[in-house]
Design a protein around this ligand. Structure first.
Ligand SMILES: Cc1cc2nc3c(=O)[nH]c(=O)nc-3n(C[C@H](O)[C@H](O)[C@H](O)COP(=O)(O)OP(=O)(O)OC[C@H]3O[C@@H](n4cnc5c(N)ncnc54)[C@H](O)[C@@H]3O)c2cc1C
Length: 383
């Protein structure tokens, strides 16, 4: 049934076997979705229909009020494995709902959760900007938005967008989160010429101009500066790492299928590379599992912030290395023919290579070094 936002009515609860079928369909459609001008619209209708958009809401299978991080990371990995662009947009939805869980007041939570439950709203989070970034300007009737965001994943699909911007007024000063209704923004504010990437084309991460958007009081999320609160800000890196690892798993699996098809699996060089690839993938899963456990134990206590951030940073950089290693071995294993259509490997390589480029990779490694300089025996008693 269509809703007021032309979206499909979401399921009332998350249905695991339906979700697995949806992942299968998403993976099968990925190569045509890459060039679909509508982006992964159908994929999000499917995800809505199996209840995946609401599974972290109160009472949901992975309710944020209960410790579920390892399971959530596994689910993000599985979506990334089916299609990295869908995984990227889905992770933005989950990230936004988490910030609402952490910082929204009760009335805001009710309103935004209702949007997901009743209308299947998809949320996005857009912090990155170039010159002409966002300022929230005070005026007679409240605040007005000025400026643009770049890398707005899912810009044409998202119903509610969390954006950040500079605010300076009598009672607010700093980097403020607001959640905007994308239905109030004219379609031509999304610059469709702005996204010509190496990979992740289907994520439709366009530049969006929000200038002139009139903000309502209830669209402000938390106080200025809270977006960067730790350990939540850096700890969140484990979520995009999970999606990335899904891409590496997809590459390993597609490599095995290709070698099998050509009856090349018995070759010792191929076996060696296969061992390397699968060991790397499995170690990525272990990083995620442990990171998720630490998150559940430490995130809300406040006593282990430094350890949690260091572990999230290590998880991120190790999964980056794992993905690069898997791509290198897979590349050598399948050769040029395996990287051509109709095989899917070329697309997943493009997507993963590009999606691995996340903010401050060098600084993240430096922070890990600084942490162990300060606490050389950290984690000794836990691992
Ligand atoms: C597919 C995709 C989807 C995305 N979706 C979203 C989204 O929905 N929302 C969102 O907010 N963002 C999104 N992003 C943006 C993302 O969060 C990062 O901001 C972006 O990927 C970082 O870009 P960059 O590699 O060009 O960074 P850069 O910061 O330019 O880093 C590139 C290299 O330069 C180095 N470097 C950085 N600063 C300096 C310096 N001062 N001097 C010397 N070297 C330096 C870095 O260490 C790195 O080696 C997305 C990115 C991708 C790839």
């Amino acid at each position: 049934m269509m809703t007021q936002d032309n979206s499909i009515n979401p399921a009332t609860e998350f249905i695991q076997h339906h979700f697995e079928e949806v992942l299968d369909r998403i993976a099968k459609r990925a190569s045509s979705t890459e060039n679909d001008p509508l982006g992964p619209k159908t994929e999000f209708e499917w995800l809505r229909s199996c209840g995946a958009l609401q599974l972290v809401l109160p009472g949901g299978l992975l309710d944020f009020n209960t410790p579920n991080m390892p399971a959530l990371l596994k689910l993000l990995k599985d979506i990334g494995k089916a299609n990295l662009s869908v995984g990227r947009i889905f992770e933005g939805h989950i990230n936004t709902l988490y910030l609402i869980h952490l910082y929204a007041d009760v009335a805001q939570q009710e309103e935004w959760y209702k949007g997901v439950r009743e209308y299947g709203h998809l949320f996005g989070i857009w912090n990155t900007q170039d010159k002409n970034g966002i300022t929230l300007i005070p005026e007679k009737n409240g605040f007005i938005v000025n400026g643009c965001k770049t890398f707005c994943s899912g810009a044409t699909l998202v119903n509610r967008a969390l954006i950040t911007g500079d605010i300076s007024s009598a009672d607010r000063e700093g980097w403020q989160m607001v959640i905007l209704n994308m239905d109030s923004l004219a379609d031509d504010r999304i610059d469709r010429e702005s996204w010509k990437p190496l990979g992740m084309k289907a994520s439709g991460s366009y530049k969006v101009d929000f200038s002139g958007y009139q903000l309502r009081g209830e669209e402000f999320l938390g106080c200025p500066g809270i977006y960067l609160n730790q350990p939540y800000f850096n700890g969140g890196a484990m979520r995009f790492s999970a999606v990335q690892l899904g891409g590496a798993e997809a590459i390993a699996e597609a490599t095995i299928a290709y070698l099998d098809e050509l009856c090349r699996m018995g070759d010792p060089f191929q076996q060696l590379r296969l061992a390397n690839m699968m060991s790397a993938v499995v170690s990525g899963r272990l990083w995620l599992e442990k990171a998720g456990q630490y998150y559940d134990s430490w995130a809300d206590g406040g006593e282990h912030n430094e350890e949690l951030i260091a572990f999230a940073n290590m998880t991120r950089v190790n999964i980056e290395e794992i993905c690069l290693k898997v791509m290198d071995d897979a590349n050598r294993s399948v050769g040029a023919r395996g990287l051509m259509e109709p095989y899917s490997l070329g697309r997943i390589f493009r997507d993963l290579s590009f999606y691995l480029r996340q903010p401050a990779p060098d600084a993240t490694r430096l922070k890990v070094g600084e942490f162990f300089t300060k606490y050389p025996a950290a984690f000794d008693e836990h691992i």
